[in-house]
Design a binder for this molecule. Structure first.
Ligand SMILES: Nc1ncnc2c1ncn2[C@@H]1O[C@H](COP(=O)(O)OP(=O)(O)O)[C@@H](O)[C@H]1O
Ligand SMILES: [Mg+2]
Length: 232
């Protein structure tokens, strides 16, 4: 569903990602770990085509991102939860969800999808008519996830969704990721919170200074010296 093969990226002339290769297959929950500044968000931007790959290939659903264009990635069945959520604060929750539905290709099932999201996120349902910017951080995190899920994506990519949430809300958030996993949704979870991410993922990659330094099954990563050194 997703593959990066030997990807290099630059900011101006400064190299950022170096030879990054990773893949996510159908039904997997894969985490991408790494400390602040490692290049996690750059990887997210490379996947969505916002940062071009100077070398290597990025493909989503078997199609090269460079050819399909950023605005069409969601329409291929990819739900995106960007860093910092990026809701439209002055639009209502319902309008934010509507935009997510349109980005995924639209159609005439918005109301029934909205009901489904309401059942999954009861607190989002209570806030549909409120401006998104007036919600608490935890509620905004749930709206951002509902916006990614409302189009019924095959693959969901989340960039540090738990950042800034209280421990209780982090529990709630990872509970939902667990449910997505049960329902067979494919997930790329980008996280600094290695402990939590490794509990829910099948496999993972560790990024450091723009390079993948370790990859493997979660149990292997938990035991890996490099990961211990970074996190535990
Ligand atoms: N737009 C940009 N222009 C120049 N440098 C950037 C830009 N965005 C990020 N960087 C730099 O690239 C590196 C990786 O950033 P990022 O991918 O955001 O890391 P992470 O998400 O892992 O914290 C950092 O050193 C950051 O300062
Ligand atoms: Mg980041």
């Amino acid at each position: 569903m997703l593959e990066l093969a030997g990807v290099d990226t630059y900011y101006d002339r400064v190299p950022m990602l170096r030879q990054v290769s990773l893949r996510v297959d159908e039904g997997e929950v894969v985490c991408l770990l790494g400390p602040n500044g490692a290049g996690k968000t750059t990887t997210f931007r490379a996947i969505t085509g916002l940062v071009p790959a100077a070398r290597g290939q990025v493909s989503v659903m078997g199609r090269p991102v460079a050819k399909i264009g950023t605005e069409r990635v969601a329409a291929l069945g990819v739900g995106l939860v960007p860093e910092g959520r990026r809701l439209f604060p002055d639009l209502t929750v319902r309008e934010n969800l509507w935009l997510g539905y349109q980005a995924a290709g639209g159609g005439n099932a918005f109301e029934s999808r909205l009901d489904k999201m309401g059942a999954m996120f009861p607190r989002v349902r209570e806030r549909l008519k409120q401006a998104a910017g007036t919600l608490s951080g935890g509620e905004q995190a749930m709206v951002a996830l509902a916006r990614a899920l409302i189009g019924g994506p095959k693959l969901v990519i989340m960039d540090e969704p738990s950042l800034g949430l209280s421990p209780r809300l982090i529990d709630e958030y990872f509970e939902i990721v667990g449910q997505m996993r049960e329902s067979g949704t494919t997930v790329l979870l980008i996280e600094q919170n290695a402990e939590r991410a490794l509990r829910v993922a099948d496999r993972g990659y560790v990024l450091l200074k723009g390079r993948v330094i370790t990859e493997g099954r979660t149990q292997e990563l938990i035991e890996a010296e490099a990961v211990r050194h970074l996190y535990f």
